[in-house]
Design a protein around this ligand. Structure first.
Ligand code: CP
Ligand code: NVA
Length: 329
């Protein structure tokens, strides 16, 4: 497997073999880290992290992974550079490409990260766009593999807003890996038709099944994984809250959603999650709409089925694998 020099922009660009290779490499690097074995194989390289939206996990994962690999990091925050304001993405890409060995980008439209990759001349990694969140996929799949010992044949149920970056990326990933993907939500939030068509075509070759349903009972039957994400994503206007709550409350992940699932089923969430009132936005939503929990109840989030913090830790190990594979020998 040779991924050297390649970009990491969206799941559609990767083959199943490449995805599985990255999961295995991450596991190897995770084991090394746990055993205290040094793995600074990319010593002396430099990377730039561009964040046009905020982040906890993705930024920290890139930084810690880079330091473990022996690299230096420059962080460009959402307001501190010329990007997209005084300077075009193409010009920025050419400048950064002369200085850095790799560039991470988190921001808005997928088109921006694709443009960056076209002009940079060094690997570009997508740290989340409106349309996709590919680094999260490798972490999620590693987590599932750790819990079940396999990926193929897993019944993966996604509840809530399936039309944004997470729903889109998970559907494509499951299709490629032969996992059954169920989007369980109000039909307004089904993944985009063009992507569903693509996923179904891929699924025909991998044995996966892609299902879209508004029935929680039908969707969660025999589920191995129940996954959700926030109902309002970064960059979306506050005005959408009211409609989202009305449309998506029936698809909250709660005790009832797990009734039909397998006994061994797990709960996953990319985080951050709204499951209590311990956040500023949580408080605001409570004051405005009287809701204490949103996409997942606190009971499920903090309960024994939840693997969300293993999943968060795996962001670091998998991002490390992506950088090592695309920059290393
Ligand atoms: N899951 C995830 O991408 O988290 P951050 O927004 O904190 O990076
Ligand atoms: N859909 C969420 C994912 C956060 C990791 C967002 O874009 O804000």
């Amino acid at each position: 497997m040779n991924l050297k020099g390649k970009n990491f922009l969206k799941m559609m660009d990767l083959s199943a073999e490449e995805i599985l290779y990255l999961i295995d490499l991450a596991k190897e690097l995770k084991d090394k880290k746990k055993q205290g074995i040094r793995h600074n194989d990319l010593e002396g390289k430099n990377i730039a992290l561009i964040f046009e939206k905020t982040s906890t996990r993705t930024r920290c994962s890139f930084e810690v992974a880079a330091y473990d690999l022996g690299m230096n990091v420059t962080y460009l925050d959402p307001s501190g550079s010329q990007i997209g304001k005084k300077e075009s993405i193409a010009d920025t890409a050419q400048v950064l490409g002369r200085m850095f060995d790799g560039i991470e980008y988190r921001g808005f439209e997928q088109e921006i990260v694709e443009t960056l990759a076209t002009y940079a001349g060094v690997p570009v990694w997508n740290g989340l766009t409106n349309e996709s969140h590919p680094t999260q996929m490798i972490a999620d799949m590693l987590t599932i593999k750790e819990k079940f010992g396999k990926l193929k044949g897993i019944r993966f149920v996604y509840m809530g807003d399936a039309r944004y970056n997470m729903g889109n990326s998970l559907m494509i990933t499951c299709a490629k890996l032969g996992m059954d993907f169920v989007a369980c939500t109000n039909p307004k939030y089904y993944p985009e038709e063009k992507l569903v068509e693509y996923a179904r075509k891929v699924a025909q070759t991998t044995g996966a099944e892609i299902t879209l349903t508004d029935s929680v009972e039908e969707a969660t039957k025999d589920a191995d994984v129940i996954y959700t994400d926030v109902w309002v994503s970064m960059g979306e206007p506050d005005e959408v809250w009211e409609e989202r709550i009305k449309d998506l409350l029936p698809y909250q992940v709660n005790k009832k959603a797990f009734e039909n699932a397998k006994d061994t089923a797990i709960f996953m969430h990319c985080l951050p999650a709204f499951h209590d009132l311990n956040t500023k936005i949580g408080q605001q939503v409570y004051e405005k709409f009287g809701l204490k929990e949103m996409e997942v109840t606190d009971e499920i989030f903090t309960g024994e089925k939840s693997v969300v913090f293993d999943e968060a830790e795996n962001r670091m190990h998998t991002i490390k694998a992506i950088m090592k594979a695309t920059l290393g020998d």
